[in-house]
Design a protein around this ligand. Structure first.
Ligand SMILES: O=C(CO)[C@H](O)[C@H](O)COP(=O)(O)O
Length: 227
């Protein structure tokens, strides 16, 4: 993980924004570099839709004009980080627990750019634990059903609820996150569909067919990847 590479990617993505755009602001350390670089450009008439309370706070501090998905349901361009970038720009996201709002904003966007350091690019998704957002009510029952789906995908390890020192992590929406140590996800599309069918699962961190472009920061500059 290289913060310099994250910064390179974030700054390059900020150059893609034009005055007057509605911009989706991602969450995480790479997205934060984008937000800072965007604010530094001082573009006129932007409206920015943050994907988390943390990003909203950063954007507010930097003086970026904020909006909501309710007030601006169509977004021109979203720029966000990822935990893994696989073939076809299939992604794992949600390491920062913002996957639900992120996916809502991505899906409302005409164009999505994923930004990352070089270490995030993988041949097969799944080394990074797959985040699954779950309603707190009955979450242990939901976890059993998630385990059944994972077993059907030859993933033996049950997903684990995400905790911090103060107890269970809550998302901005008040839900819980389960992390599934998949190892390798051989059929991301089928796994995505199967997880979505579980009552109690709100969303999962597989972002498939959503990224239009990846800007990867390297020590030499940026690499641009297409799906
Ligand atoms: O999906 C995310 C948050 O939910 C982040 O984009 C992802 O975790 C990458 O974070 P970072 O840029 O800090 O490595």
């Amino acid at each position: 993980m290289s913060d310099a590479q994250k910064r390179t990617a974030g700054e390059a993505a900020a150059e893609r924004v034009e005055p007057g755009m509605v911009v989706g602001l991602g969450t995480g350390s790479t997205a934060a570099w984008f937000v800072k670089a965007l604010a530094a450009r001082g573009l006129k008439d932007l409206r920015c839709v943050p994907t988390s309370e943390a990003t909203a706070e950063l954007a507010r501090e930097l003086g970026l004009p904020l909006s909501t998905l309710e007030d601006t349901p169509r977004i021109d361009l979203t720029v966000d980080g990822a935990d893994e970038i696989g073939p076809g720009l299939a992604l794992i996201k949600g390491g920062g627990a913002a996957l639900l709002r992120e996916k809502l904003v991505w899906e409302a966007s005409s164009r999505c750019i994923v930004i990352a350091d070089k270490g995030k690019v993988v041949e097969t998704l799944g080394a990074f634990p797959l985040p699954i957002e779950v309603i707190a009510f009955g979450h242990k029952t939901t976890a059993n059903r998630i385990a059944d789906v994972l077993a059907d995908h030859e993933i033996a390890m049950p997903a684990r609820v995400r905790t911090a020192e103060r107890g269970l992590i809550r998302t901005d929406g008040g839900n819980l996150i389960y992390d599934a140590r998949c190892g390798a996800i051989h059929d991301p599309s089928r796994l995505a569909d199967d997880l979505k069918l579980i009552t109690g699962v709100v969303e999962h961190g597989l972002f498939l067919d959503l990224a239009d472009e990846a800007i990867i920061g390297t020590d030499q500059g940026v690499e641009v990847l297409a799906p």
